[in-house]
Ligand binder design. Sequence first.
Ligand SMILES: Cc1cc2nc3c(=O)[nH]c(=O)nc-3n(C[C@H](O)[C@H](O)[C@H](O)COP(=O)(O)OP(=O)(O)OC[C@H]3O[C@@H](n4cnc5c(N)ncnc54)[C@H](O)[C@@H]3O)c2cc1C
Length: 481
Amino acid sequence: MKKVIVIGGGIAGLAAAYRLQEEINRGAQVSCTVLEGSDRLGGKIHTIRRDGFILERGPDSFISQKPAVVELCKKLGIDDHLMGTKTDHPQTFVYLNRKMVTIPDGLSLMVPTKFMPFVTTRLFSWPGKIRMGLDLFLPRRRGNSDESLASFVRRRLGTEALEHMAQPLMSGIYASDPEEMSLNASFPMFAQVEKKYRSLVLGMLAQKRKRATAPPTPKGYKPFSFFLTMKNGLSEIVETLVEQSPDIQFRTQAPVESLRRKGNNWHIGLKSGETLEADAVILSTPANRTARLMEDWAPGISARLDQIPYVSTAAVVLGFDRNHFAHPLRGFGFVVPHIEKRKITACTWVSSKFPGRAPDDRVLLRAFVGGAVNEHLAEQDSETIKQQVRDELQDIMGIREEPLFCEVFQYRKGNVQYRVHHPQLVSEIEKELEDFKGLYLAGSAYKGIGIPDCVKNGTENADAALKFLGVKSELSQSGTA
Ligand SMILES: Cc1cc2nc3c(=O)[nH]c(=O)nc-3n(C[C@H](O)[C@H](O)[C@H](O)COP(=O)(O)OP(=O)(O)OC[C@H]3O[C@@H](n4cnc5c(N)ncnc54)[C@H](O)[C@@H]3O)c2cc1C
């Protein structure tokens, strides 16, 4: 019986373990243990259910356009618990010049694809709009080399599009600074669109038309909302996955301190002093932890892993009594451009965005602090963060009401950043890794930060391990899987 050890029980490691469980169900002769350092599984995914509220410490949703999570939910039989955003007030705002400005309809990831909403929006000045329109005439860039998202947006759409739109969205979604962020790693489709269509606007329009006329995918999957979440919070995926993996041994409070190759085996040393052996290891720990486990025997890979930076963020969750809450909360929330010089980067009006997040007579908000541009703000003590967020929400939204609760969730160096040339760094790591048979790197540090990317990446690494060990079930090999 071959043995696989997965180090790190975040969603990438769990997706890898579930893939192995699927093969075990089909008769593969393989065993698997997941070693998680903390006292719970799920990593960044962490739902708290309390007094009728569903609070998310980390991620609160995932994009539907990448189907890996939806497919996993179907396999787990919980796809009927997938939920889209509410439809009554689907707008999001940018807080600009001390006003809430609606993000215009038809903006496809910051590229305008509808004429009238773009012409009438107050988000851009007339000179700003004319500059964005120049995209229709500008030539394409030559070559394939990576560039920063900021350089790309400035080049194609101008500075205002960057400052009013791209920067606050990137800061809200990726906690990243577009000046440092890799275009090829984060938005490869923009580089491809420019290459194929020259103009971003024309390219996005062409893609939109193609999507509208495309037949449903072979699996019949058509996203019904751009963002999806789970009825009982994202931890529902983690809990169900663990429940449905009876042959996987999940061990929490099992931090790994060392990893070594001995003969054909991998030796894994736990902090407790215990040593385990495995034929293959999937390391799904953050890159900076993975680097420590490899530095003695793979200094090249370790040094490259250390070049993948992480920044700190904090999420502040506030619950209020709806009866005494003056703000109408008509929308999903707002993002704040850096040029506004505020202490929060965004605020989601959670109870207006997703159904079932708060009892009917309560409202739930979540504000964000820190990220690449203002990391130090997220590293302050939690009382200071709390006070700063409450002051900001009072000034921006006029919230004077006393919250029923206000909790700060800090992620110190918890958000991975894909800097310019990240794809090249990952290719170099993969090349060097070929010398270490039976070792796989999974997780958000490499080929996609979002939950769908992590699920896909974990699953693919499990497949690679199964192939290496030659233990795919006969059912899979005969193509019936
Ligand atoms: C605040 C925040 C909000 C986010 N929002 C979204 C969102 O809305 N949508 C979205 O798609 N993505 C979002 N993301 C990104 C997404 O949540 C993460 O990229 C993803 O969950 C990471 O999964 P992972 O398995 O790669 O890593 P992790 O979840 O970090 O898991 C790694 C695990 O390894 C364990 N570990 C570390 N060292 C050791 C060791 N030595 N031994 C054993 N175990 C160890 C850790 O305890 C952890 O459980 C967000 C991230 C953050 C931080």
